[in-house]
Ligand binder design. Structure first.
Ligand SMILES: [Zn+2]
Length: 349
């Protein structure tokens, strides 16, 4: 590609979305010291024991020895003597998740939301509504916030039974005006079959479209468990939309926890990494990510650093890498970016 070809492409490259895929690890990083009242959030493994829900199972004898919630649910769903237990389990999970309250001070989810713009997308595999709780307060700083989809259902999301429509559970369908129905949380592992799950159909469509066009993908605390092979495949196919051609302008950043096993993470996401021509970085904290380095300008920062100036090592003067401690501090910090956005100016400051 010649220099002039690149210059011609650049304005469009800058408009591409940043897609952030989040899993349980991102919610754990958000509640690093517990929720507002010190309550911890639990992963799928040992979920039932950790949350003291064993009593629900007193009337049935499970065949599976797995302690993973999804495996257990799959068995309950397959058997026809477990409907009562299955319903009780779902009610208790919702009750537990609804009781989780985001801490008062800024969290990872607040930073994450503010580091993205409306053209970007967060794909969540989480059931908790922490992202909604964060969104409500950061929308006082700006309304220009990313799109969100919840591919495993979410307690904050409802869907319309008549139309392929979804939204905040407290809202009504924009097409028929009916109240939204709560989204299903548990899907039997073996028959997840996302494409035929009516209530998730539209969200999968959005996810695939954004990944297709993505200029940058961040995978944050999402381990793509074995129970989720299908989900990973669908996302990969969307990313591979140019067939065997590599994607030269994209990068994958994987954020996991401190002490992560880098080669394990590489293996897990190597298919994505290969497509992006081996442009990738594995890091242990959000604060080292391109999102923290170039909030609201991640695609611009990525292109400038790696392509535009052929080796620019500058930094943005506005970054979240020092994790501002209050919402006022964040607002003051990013205000120059927001002012520029009002004038359609997306330069790095
Ligand atoms: Zn409707």
């Amino acid at each position: 590609m010649t220099e002039s070809d690149f210059k011609r492409l650049l304005p469009n490259l800058k408009k591409r979305p940043h897609v952030v895929i989040i899993g349980a690890g991102a919610s754990c990083a958000t509640l690093i010291n517990g929720d507002k009242y010190g309550k911890k959030i639990s992963a799928m493994d040992n979920f039932i024991k950790k949350l003291g829900m064993e009593d629900i199972f007193s009337s049935v004898k499970l065949e599976t020895t797995s302690k993973n919630l999804e495996d257990i649910y799959s068995e309950l769903d397959e058997r026809n003597d477990c409907d009562d237990v299955k319903n009780k389990l779902e009610v208790r999970i919702r009750e537990y998740l609804k009781s989780i309250v985001i801490p008062d001070e800024p969290t990872i989810y607040d930073y994450l939301l503010l580091s993205l713009r409306e053209k970007d997308l967060i794909i969540s595999f989480n059931w908790d509504d922490l992202l909604f709780q964060a969104r409500e307060r950061v929308s006082e700083i700006t309304k220009d916030l990313p799109q969100m989809v919840f591919l495993h259902g979410n307690i904050g999301v409802g869907y319309c039974k008549n139309d392929i429509e979804y939204g905040l559970i407290t809202n009504k369908c924009t097409k028929c005006g009916e109240k939204y129905t709560p989204s299903q949380l548990l899907f039997p592992v073996k028959v997840k079959n996302y494409n035929s799950t009516f209530q998730l159909q539209n969200q999968w469509k959005v996810a695939k479209d954004y990944i297709n066009r993505a200029g940058f993908i961040t995978i944050f605390g999402y381990g793509a468990p074995n129970t989720d092979v299908e989900a990973k495949d669908i996302l990969l196919k969307a990313f591979k939309c140019f067939g065997n051609d590599k994607r030269f302008f994209e990068e994958i950043q994987i954020i996991d926890k401190p002490g992560l096993n880098e080669s394990e993470m590489y293996d897990k996401w190597s298919n994505f990494i290969h497509i992006s021509d081996n442009h990738y970085k594995i890091i242990s904290s959000f604060f080292n990510s391109i999102l923290a380095e170039f909030p609201r300008r991640s695609i611009e920062g990525h292109l400038k650093r790696n392509y535009e100036d052929g080796g620019w090592w500058g930094n943005s003067k506005i970054s979240l890498t020092n994790s501002p401690k209050t919402f006022n501090e964040i607002k003051e910090l990013i205000q120059p970016l927001l002012d520029n956005e009002n004038n359609n100016n997306f330069e790095i400051i």
